[in-house]
Write a protein that binds this ligand. Sequence first.
Ligand code: SIN
Ligand code: FE
Length: 291
Amino acid sequence: MLEIFATHEWNDAFSDSLRQQAIQNLEHGKILYFPALAFSLLPEEHLFLSPDIADPHAKNVSYHPTLRKLWGVQRLTDAERIQLQSMLDRFSRYAQQLIHALLPHYREQLTLARTSFRPVQISQRKTSYRKDDKRLHVDAFPSAPNQGKRILRVFCNINPQGEDRVWRVGEPFETVANRFIPQLRKPFPGSAFALRLLKITKSYRTLYDHYMLQLHDCMKADDHYQQQAAQQEIRFPPGSTWIVQTDHVSHAAMQGQHVLEQTFYLPVEAMDDASCSPLRILEKILKQPLV
Ligand code: SIN
Ligand code: FE
């Protein structure tokens, strides 16, 4: 389930064999785990470790590192916003360094997406089942279709009180897909165009996006599955970092507060073995192209 790396520096160099092993493990659904890779806050950044800075209507504090745009915050002065942006910028750069050093094959085709900060305790969060990340799921975004691209994420637990980030990790993607495929419905004809026209989606919702969303929703809706599916608890202590493809790895975040996260998108063509991708696995099962 985990491949463990001893590194404690964001700009460490990795040997060819370690890189090869990392890419293979990641693509086959393992989590790359760095128990000693911490992100240090500057003294003036500690004030951000509070749920009060997060807009209760947004799930997370989000930052777009290329556009330098911050959202999902409240009650911050202009100076504090700038300080928070610079903290998220620093984390984003570290996450990029790590990915570039460990997965150089991906570098050319990787897109840098959102950085997030999650200062709200997840065990107490009440939401609809669809938005409830305490239920096992694979990631799929209703308004931001990714059209088959992989979702690669770097997480770092920065909790100052010693609290672990507690995840459950479920079955391999192909097992999950085979189990839920009989329940998945086809999209209504023309629905993808309508969603785009009404600006509900930011880009065209492909068949792939449609089925991934259905899979995400069906997994979360199934109480029996949530309890009975093969799964394992993983605890990520403060000062640890992990890399995971969350479109592929069935996961649920059960407990914890204060995590940083950087998202990247990767076309399946850039993978070492694209047959491991959710896109190719779903296409194989459904016997049709999905993008
Ligand atoms: C998720 O992607 O479901 C949440 C992960 C986390 O915040 O730890
Ligand atoms: Fe998720």
